[in-house]
Design a protein around this ligand. Structure first.
Ligand SMILES: [Zn+2]
Ligand SMILES: [Zn+2]
Length: 335
């Protein structure tokens, strides 16, 4: 079984922080933080539908301009999440350009921006066709959990302290729908786009008596055969638990932050956690509002995550990145 969520750090651990998560079999991706994005191709970035920004320190937000340049002139809606003041940050970026010619474009980009506050989500929309003027401002109550909820997946956030509010994120596939290849062969069916529709039906909780048209035409004929969703589920599908991927950066090891992080990332398959400083640099880490390797390891261990990957290493340790890796992993594995 191949995992659907395919996460990779945008840069090496000494570079700007950022996580790119591609969806297998779909032209879709999520982006966590917008620092330097040069390793990503335009084709990669064009897959992005949702962006999750931990905070707007320059190493996490300088990539907004490239992203905007690429998306501008396309009929797309991108949703961007960020902490307190994020709408003003996006607005400030947009105000840095002149938009008098937007009506010459046939296609209009829309940015939906969501600011995460302690008990509410503050939302605003910026449309290219309206010269990116702030519109549709609205507020919704928020219980401190999900910020995005789709049939197949969800994203949760927590507000962490980094001298400014900084968001931690967890992406969760609700469950995983596996297609049994032997089942396809036994039914003389070919894999194809129709399987994505079947998966979507299952994620959306469609009734078992839903009739599904399955293409069976050989050599390009348009023939279909009818099956109920229940039959296809029984013969072709195994449901397994979904993946969980968490992303924690730019925060400090305090009694307030620790339980917030642990609760958010609990039992993640993969935790991406910053560790700029060595285990012995606790004072420096506290002063800079960052984590040490050991603290990253302790958080991962306490949360029972399956795998820990550290990043956002301080440049002062560029000669000993293997030490940063080892210290975090040793603590994580209880050595
Ligand atoms: Zn940073
Ligand atoms: Zn920062």
């Amino acid at each position: 079984m191949k995992p659907i969520l395919q996460p990779s750090l945008v840069n090496d651990p000494l570079g700007d922080p950022g996580l790119f998560v591609q969806f297998l079999y779909e032209k879709r991706a999520f982006l966590f933080d917008m620092g330097d994005q040069s390793p990503l191709t335009n084709a990669d970035l064009l897959k992005v539908t949702h962006v999750f920004v931990s905070h707007t320190h320059i190493d996490h937000f300088i990539g907004f301009d490239r992203f905007l340049r690429l998306m501008f002139g396309r009929e797309k809606t991108i949703t961007l999440y960020g902490p307190e003041n994020f709408i003003a940050n996006v607005e400030g970026k947009l105000a840095g350009f002149t938009w008098n010619l937007v009506d010459r474009y046939d296609e209009s980009l829309t940015l939906d921006v969501v600011e995460v506050h302690r008990e509410r989500l503050h939302k605003a929309t910026f449309r290219a066709i309206e010269r990116f003027q702030r519109s549709d401002e609205r507020e919704e109550p928020w219980d401190g959990g999900l910020i995005l909820d789709e049939p197949a997946l969800s994203v949760s956030a927590t507000i962490l302290e980094h001298r400014v509010p900084c968001l931690g994120f967890a992406l969760k596939e609700k469950f995983h729908v596996n297609i049994n290849k032997d089942g396809l062969t036994a039914m003389s069916l070919e894999p194809g786009e129709w399987l994505n529709r079947v998966k979507q039906n299952i994620y959306e909780g469609a009734a078992d008596d839903l009739v599904v048209q399955v293409p069976v035409g050989v050599n390009g004929t348009q023939e279909t055969r009818e099956y109920t969703l229940g039959t296809l589920k029984e013969k072709l599908v195994t449901v397994t638990p979904g993946q969980k991927i968490a992303y924690i950066t730019d925060t400090v090891y305090t009694p307030t932050n620790i339980p917030r992080i642990v609760n958010l990332v609990r039992e993640a398959d993969l935790l991406f956690c910053e560790s700029p400083f060595t285990a012995e640099e606790e004072d420096r880490a506290r002063d800079r509002c960052h984590l040490t390797t050991r603290q990253a390891g302790l958080l991962a261990k306490e949360a029972g995550v399956k795998q820990l990957k550290t990043f956002h290493y301080s440049k002062r340790h560029s000669h000993q990145t293997d030490r940063l890796v080892r210290e975090a992993q040793d603590t994580f594995q209880g050595k």
